[in-house]
Design a protein. Structure first.
Length: 299
């Protein structure tokens, strides 16, 4: 049981309201009739005065129930603490003047989460932030199921981001399963998980998530330099691996070409020397200097 004695299963229902322009005409007509009747029945029985007073009261009540509603807004109507529905119609509207009319924005809103320091799946401290677009979908739940739905969005968004970071590693590594998404590389999977997490948390408050994006992602300052060196080392190892693979293929083709064309006959020792020299030339990250051998391999 929550605010105003309303049950937890509350859902939005349409309110019983009327066109405001018709209410203006009826209200002004009742006021004019009351004034005219009072003027015509001066000195007459009290019944006429009572009728005149009723007309004036009805006209005032009609005008008191008017309110102007902009597009993208809604009004929650409550009467003596009971929810009477939500009016989403734009323009000049009229409702029972005794009802309380609370304005609720139905427009899309942005929330930029502050940069949070959290631990990723490996336990490494990272900084992460996100921006989300949300709107009120069920006005009754937004107002009556939570105390302050805007603050609720802010707190639950931060909790969802923290939980998301703990589900993924920051970047790839040997300890992860093949093709496992990461915070840095698996953008689509991470955003999808974030939206699902947010929607599950916002459902109770009648809030829908329109979009969500990671806006900031970095290692925490205390380990940033170490992780940068690790990434550089991994990049160098990966590049060296590709260079060696390419060099081996080139040496294999060279030996095969020499053998097929009978350019030179090489025994195993000469082949080993040639392979060694070619690999040094192809894999070295510095320019090599040629050495002219005027003798033989055995002299």
């Amino acid at each position: 049981m929550n605010h105003n004695g309303i049950g937890a299963g509350l859902k939005e229902t349409p309110a019983s309201t009327a066109n405001g322009y018709l209410a203006i005409l009826l209200g002004l007509g009742a006021l004019a009739a009351g004034v005219l009747l009072a003027w015509l029945t001066q000195g007459r029985p009290a019944t006429a005065l009572i009728l005149s007073g009723l007309l004036l009261g009805a006209g005032g009540a009609m005008l008191a129930g008017l309110y102007m509603q902009q597009p993208g807004e809604g009004r929650i109507l409550t009467l003596f603490g009971q929810y009477r529905g939500t009016d989403r119609m734009a323009g000049l509207r009229w409702a029972n003047p005794l009802t309380l009319k609370r304005r609720v924005s139905l427009r899309a809103r942005n929330f930029n989460a502050p940069t949070l320091k959290v631990n990723d799946k490996r336990g490494n401290p990272v900084e992460i932030s996100a921006a989300l677009v949300w709107r009120v979908e069920d006005t009754a739940r937004a107002v009556f199921e939570v105390d302050d739905y805007e603050r609720y969005v802010a707190i639950q968004a931060e909790a969802a981001i923290r939980h998301l970071a703990a589900q993924f590693a920051y970047d790839e590594g040997e300890d992860l399963a093949p093709a496992e998404p990461t915070l840095r590389a698996g953008a689509d999977e991470v955003v999808s998980a974030l939206k699902s997490e947010l929607q599950a948390r916002f459902a109770e408050a009648g809030i829908s998530v329109q979009d969500a994006k990671i806006t900031h992602l970095a290692y925490a300052p205390e380990i940033a330099q170490v992780m940068l060196r690790r990434q550089q080392a991994e990049a160098i190892i990966s590049a060296r691996k590709k260079i060696v693979q390419g060099a081996v293929s080139m040496v294999e083709e060279a030996l095969k070409g020499l053998s097929e064309r009978s350019i030179v006959e090489l025994d195993d020792e000469r082949k080993a020397a040639m392979v060694s020299n070619l690999l040094v030339v192809l894999c070295s990250d510095k320019d090599t200097q040629p050495i002219v051998n005027t003798g033989t391999l055995y002299n």
